[in-house]
Write a protein that binds this ligand. Structure first.
Ligand SMILES: Cc1cc2nc3c(=O)[nH]c(=O)nc-3n(C[C@H](O)[C@H](O)[C@H](O)COP(=O)(O)O)c2cc1C
Ligand SMILES: C=C(O[C@@H]1CC(C(=O)O)=C[C@@H](OP(=O)(O)O)[C@H]1O)C(=O)O
Length: 386
């Protein structure tokens, strides 16, 4: 499976082409739209999310609700585009004051300065439009299709926010607790005890013209062992997941299982001892490694954490330099979220779904969904006899 997205944040729409989804798979459009709504939520987002009502439109690759095996084309309208018709017009237009208003004071931490250098743009709008995380809505559409495919193999993904700023939920949760609690509060913490404190932190931070980041967790339940491989660097499942997560705007680190904490532990505390019994086959009592050994899933739930840096656009802007005059200035002010960690947890969940689907489709190559399910389940049964 492969996919590409196109579209500027305030352009007419986002377009995605996904190739390689097996034929005859029922696409549940309502479920895609629910995932899009989940991504739009979260305390701390800016006004833009009140303007957009993300709903997917399928224009190719699906007939009577079933995939054809041909490329699937998916669109998301940017409702905000109606306010940017002139500024974001794809057509040549006569100069006017509004259009001439260029952005030339790059925001530290955003793509503005380096993107301007790379593509030789003197108006940094030409950079920020595409570097905006608006594009992650298109990825959630792809991830939602992947989640539907994975569900047919009895693989299920959950996510939550672990930390916003310095407020951290130190509890560890079982897969069952995840499964029973996916109707999360507006900060996407599994426990309600932090809601008020986090609201206050976000409100105060916003009042100070500052922004916040945090940590998100994705858990995957139902995976068989052996997805991915130790035989080649580009077949390692952990590396592939990390790649997909690190491609999300503002993500700066990924860890699996006990992750960075492993530096403080002994080998005997980190490796998960192996048990065997007739009913469950090979199994473990612990999951310090987060479900991955040797670049392969080991049959335990995947536990993945990732860190999002604080949003770069600040209402109290940092020092910058005007790229036209080279004079020192404060960075350009753009409408912005002050905290987008809850939304980012949804994006992360969907990028993990994409990473798993890519690897599973590579390993169980099938043109048709029922063949895929048969191939996968046959292998799942065989593993039990190992
Ligand atoms: C869901 C989501 C929403 C975001 N919203 C904003 C925002 O409103 N303002 C902003 O400056 N950055 C926002 N970001 C982060 C920037 O898109 C990101 O920092 C920028 O593209 C530069 O890329 P880098 O941080 O990966 O280097 C958001 C990121 C995500 C995942
Ligand atoms: C549009 C989305 O997020 C945007 C991501 C973003 C950025 O710089 O990354 C900047 C903001 O854009 P705007 O200036 O239009 O409000 C966010 O709203 C979205 O998530 O759908």
């Amino acid at each position: 499976m492969r996919f590409l997205t196109a579209g500027e944040s305030h352009g007419p729409k986002l377009t995605t082409i996904v190739d390689g989804i097996p034929s005859n798979m029922k696409i549940n459009i309502d479920q895609i739209n629910e995932e899009l709504t989940r991504r739009q939520g979260g305390y701390g987002r800016g006004r833009r999310m009140k303007i957009e009502k993300d709903k997917v439109n399928i224009t190719a690759g699906v007939r009577f609700g079933l995939t054809l095996g041909s490329p699937i084309c998916l669109e998301l309208i940017n409702d905000d585009h109606t306010h940017w018709l002139k500024i974001m017009s794809p057509y040549e237009i006569d100069d006017n004051e509004e259009v001439k208003r260029q952005i030339h004071k790059p925001r530290p931490g955003h793509a503005d300065l380096v993107g301007g250098m790379k593509y030789n743009h003197r108006d940094l709008r030409n950079v920020l439009e595409r570097s905006s995380a608006r594009e992650t809505a298109a990825r959630v559409v792809v991830g939602a299709i992947c989640k539907q495919l994975l569900a047919k193999l009895d693989i299920h993904l959950y996510s939550r926010v672990v930390q916003i700023g310095k407020i951290k939920d130190e509890n560890k949760y079982t897969v069952e607790e995840y499964r029973d609690n996916q109707d999360l509060n507006d900060i996407r913490f599994l426990s309600d005890q932090y809601v008020e404190e986090v609201h206050q932190l976000i409100d105060e931070t916003k009042k100070n013209g500052d922004s916040l980041g945090g940590i998100v967790e994705v858990v995957v339940d139902g995976l068989i062992p052996t997805i991915g491989s130790y035989t080649q660097f580009d077949k390692k499942m952990d590396a592939h997941i990390a790649d997909r997560i690190m491609s999300i705007n503002a993500f700066k680190g990924v860890e699996f299982g006990d992750g960075f904490e492993m530096a403080n532990m002994f080998g005997s505390e980190v490796q998960d001892p192996i048990n065997y019994n007739k009913e469950n086959g090979f199994n473990r009592d612990t999951n310090h490694l987060g479900g991955l050994e040797g670049g392969m899933t080991n049959g335990m739930p995947l536990v993945i954490r990732a860190v999002m840096k604080p949003i770069p656009t600040l209402y109290k802007p940092l020092n910058s330099v005007d790229i036209h005059t080279k004079e020192p200035y404060k960075a350009q002010l753009e409408r912005s979220d002050s905290c987008a960690v809850p939304a980012a947890s949804i994006v992360c969940e969907h990028m993990v779904a994409i990473a798993l689907t890519e690897m599973i489709l590579e390993e169980f190559q099938s043109n048709e969904i029922n063949q895929l399910i048969d191939n996968y389940n046959r292998f799942k049964e065989w593993i039990k006899t190992y």
